[in-house]
Design a protein around this ligand. Structure first.
Ligand SMILES: O=P(O)(O)OC[C@H]1O[C@H](OP(=O)(O)OP(=O)(O)O)[C@H](O)[C@@H]1O
Ligand SMILES: Nc1ncnc2[nH]cnc12
Length: 178
């Protein structure tokens, strides 16, 4: 059985689904029990790197839960980490992208000197839902003159069209929608 199938099974068991959080109708995937397991975090980072090995120079991690997996991958793959942060957190000149969430709207920012033109970035987050967050992250990458090597997430929420919305970019989800 491939390594990644084992990771998917372990992840499925560890994620806690919370109905009606943070608002009615949302089935919230809480990854806190995953982040409490260093073995599982390491295996997720390994699965990301196995999937995209040799195709990226930097990792972009999306605030806040994406920072956990992005940092783990950065340390494992020995690649620099770039932070995509919520509005108003980063000093200095920034690129900015607004987006719509499953439960609200938000703005992501990246420091202008965080990427070099031509860099290939692997964009990492915990959960893919509508794809609005990762699309905004991709806008930041493009604004810096860099390229998206692909998107890597732990889990995808079914029925929200996130994977399709990011096409033709490669999206790898350890737990696919379904
Ligand atoms: O595909 P989308 O519909 O854009 O949704 C996915 C995003 O939503 C969650 O973050 P959230 O904005 O809740 O922030 P947090 O990580 O700071 O809790 C999750 O961590 C993703 O970043
Ligand atoms: N259902 C959900 N669970 C966790 N994170 C999310 N981000 C957007 N939708 C989400």
């Amino acid at each position: 059985m491939p390594h990644t199938v084992d990771v998917a099974d372990a992840l499925r068991e560890a994620i806690r689904v919370v109905p009606d959080f943070p608002q009615p109708g949302v089935r919230f995937q809480d990854l806190a029990p995953v982040f409490a397991r260093p073995d599982l975090v390491r295996r997720l980072a390994e699965a990301f790197d196995e999937t995209f090995h040799g195709t990226y120079e930097r990792i972009m991690a999306v605030e806040a839960r994406g920072f956990v997996l992005g940092t783990a991958l950065s340390a494992l793959a020995d690649r620099p980490l770039v932070l995509a942060r919520k509005k108003g957190k980063l000093p200095g000149p920034v690129h900015r992208a607004e987006y719509v969430l499953e439960y609200g709207t938000a703005t992501l920012e990246m420091q202008r000197d965080a990427v070099r033109p031509g860099d290939r970035l692997l964009v990492v987050d915990d959960v893919l839902a509508t794809g609005g967050t990762l699309a905004a992250a991709a806008e930041l990458v493009a604004a810096g003159g860099a390229h998206v090597a692909g998107f890597a997430v732990a889990s995808t929420i079914a029925g929200l069209g996130g994977t399709e919305s990011l096409a033709p970019a490669k999206v790898y989800s350890v737990l696919p929608a379904g």
